[in-house]
Design a protein around this ligand. Structure first.
Ligand code: NAP
Length: 489
């Protein structure tokens, strides 16, 4: 069994960013345990046509590794994946990765003050464990009767079957979320017929993607400060877009922008009515697209809003009894952010798993550490998600918290560190109090932001700088530390 200082589960944005910052802090005995055969996380897995980030690349990148070569305002999946792998190489992180090491179990041992970690590729002991598996790592399959009855190829957008030809085929798509609005316009020109099953229409605002001029790229390369300045402006512009989530009056303005966008792209009043959301804007994730509505106006596309009854071998049957025949079925039905798949496999100090501990409330102190789970960090953690800016900013804030905690341990010869229950409960109360004013809970919609208890355990209810202020500053008084044992097994 190999003994390491920090074991990181997952080699996506968080895992790579954390490994870099750990190295900078002098902690080089780090291993990244990755279930797949390459780094990249969600950007490795989501290869569906049209896949791109809906946050501008200049913001959706590490602050310490800005990329002057982004080709577009909203770069595509392949470019983001290349960036991430390039950063891992440049900072010497790739040799720390162990592929094919899917986590099987992790168990805290009070005697050795170690996490004992079993993976598909071997076992490890680690003084600290970082769960960096992200919120979008495991696809959500809808509980639609007959899901496995479909006779043709059926797949999830996060597991795109590039071996299934779509040209000329009748394609049924379930879902109109962030993924579907990207791949529907990308596949529409080639498919024979596309039936899009919409349960709830999303609010969509203009995207205004554009290529980054070569001149700007050269300037960013020559004078990095210019790129940092542009990034700072972009950061501020995105922070302002948090206001509508909190203030009903400001939402009227953004609602007007979205409705004008819809009206300018969809002339047919019947189609427009079916695409107009009836819930408050921002209650679900606001999407950005310039090509989704136009795709729906094409003659080979039909928007179906009758509820799905079941999936049958030949297609999808709706509640009016119609069978919508299809050759290929694609699920654009999202992920399981409030139900972390690894939670049942991680056992803390008192023998309870994270899943036990997170029932009914999915929470963590500073969104990062959990009472009863010493030396464990969860990044991005509960209530660290965003609807208005870049997750990389949140991830970097949480990494700073983790580094401060590890530093505190090293300086004080602390072997086991966990937040007090009081601190964790106070954090959760504070998040819930801020949440009360937000559109996500008062906006009249069901969304994946809410967990089974109806609590929004996904998003941070504030500006991102407020999150950084609350999280990055380490408060020893909120933690309980146990001295390091002298005899280590
Ligand atoms: P999503 O936003 O959760 O959308 C899932 C869609 O599936 C929704 O339209 C949902 O309808 C529908 N659906 C789920 N179960 C259904 C059922 N039983 N019957 C009919 N429809 C059903 O998922 P996603 O589009 O994959 O995106 C998930 C998240 O991934 C995003 O919000 C975003 O954070 C991230 N993402 C980000 C980017 C990016 O550019 N940064 C791109 C793609 C994805 P309801 O609305 O009625 O529930």
């Amino acid at each position: 069994m190999r003994d390491v200082h920090v074991a990181i589960i997952g080699a996506g944005f968080t895992g790579i960013g954390a490994a870099i910052r750990l190295k900078e802090q002098g902690i080089t005995d780090v291993v990244l345990l990755e279930r797949a055969d390459a780094p990249g996380g969600t950007w490795r897995d989501n290869t569906y046509p049209g896949c791109a980030c809906d946050v501008p690349s200049r913001l959706y990148s590490f602050s310490f590794a800005q990329n002057p070569a982004w080709s577009r305002k909203y770069s595509g999946q392949a470019e983001i994946q290349r960036y991430l792998c390039g950063v891992a190489d440049a900072y010497g992180i790739t040799p720390h990765m162990r592929f094919g090491h899917a986590l099987q179990s992790a168990r805290w041992d009070d005697v050795t003050q170690r996490w004992h970690i079993d993976t598909a590729g071997g076992s490890f002991a680690a003084r600290a464990l970082l769960l960096a598996t992200g919120a979008l790592s495991d696809p959500a399959w809808p509980a639609i009767p007959g899901r496995d009855d479909f006779a043709g190829p059926a797949f999830h957008s996060a597991q795109w079957r590039h071996d299934v030809p779509l040209a000329g085929k009748r394609v049924a798509v379930i879902g109109t979320g962030a993924s579907a609005i990207q791949f529907v316009p990308a596949i529409q020109p080639q498919v024979g017929a596309l039936t899009l099953f919409q349960r709830t229409p999303p609010w969509i605002v203009p995207r205004r993607d554009r290529a980054v001029p070569a001149l700007a790229q050269s300037l960013f390369r020559a004078v990095p400060g210019v790129q940092s300045f542009v990034r700072a402006l972009s950061y501020l512009a995105h922070e302002i877009t948090f206001l509508p989530f909190q203030h009903r009056r400001i939402r009227q303005v953004t609602r007007h922008v979205a409705l004008r966008h819809l009206a300018s792209q969809v002339a047919d009043p019947v189609l427009r009515a079916r695409l107009t959301p009836s819930y408050d804007m921002g209650c679900k994730r606001v999407l950005v697209s310039d090509d989704f509505y136009p795709a729906l106006t094409k003659p080979n596309v039909r928007l179906e809003t009758t509820a799905i009854e079941r999936i049958v071998p030949t297609g999808v049957r709706t509640q009016d009894g119609t069978v919508h025949e299809a050759d290929v079925l694609i699920f654009g039905t999202g992920f399981r952010p409030t139900d972390p798949p690894l939670a049942p496999s991680v056992t803390g100090r008192d023998g309870r798993t994270l899943a036990d501990c997170w029932r009914p409330i999915f929470t963590a102190y500073a969104s990062t550490t959990v009472h009863g789970f010493p030396n464990l960090f969860v990044i991005p953690g509960p209530n660290a998600g965003l609807g208005h800016s870049s997750m990389i900013y949140m991830i970097e804030s949480q990494i700073t918290h983790m580094l401060a905690a590890l530093d505190h341990m090293q300086r004080g010869a602390v072997g086991a560190l966990e937040p007090t229950l009081a601190a964790q409960e106070a954090w959760t109360r504070d998040v819930d109090a801020r949440m009360r004013r937000m559109v996500w809970v008062e906006g009249g919609c069901a969304s994946w932001y809410l967990d089974r208890s109806g609590r929004n355990s996904t998003l941070w209810p504030g500006f991102t700088f407020a999150f950084r202020r609350a999280v990055a500053h380490f408060r020893p008084e909120h933690y309980r530390g146990i001295p390091a044992v002298s005899a280590i097994a």
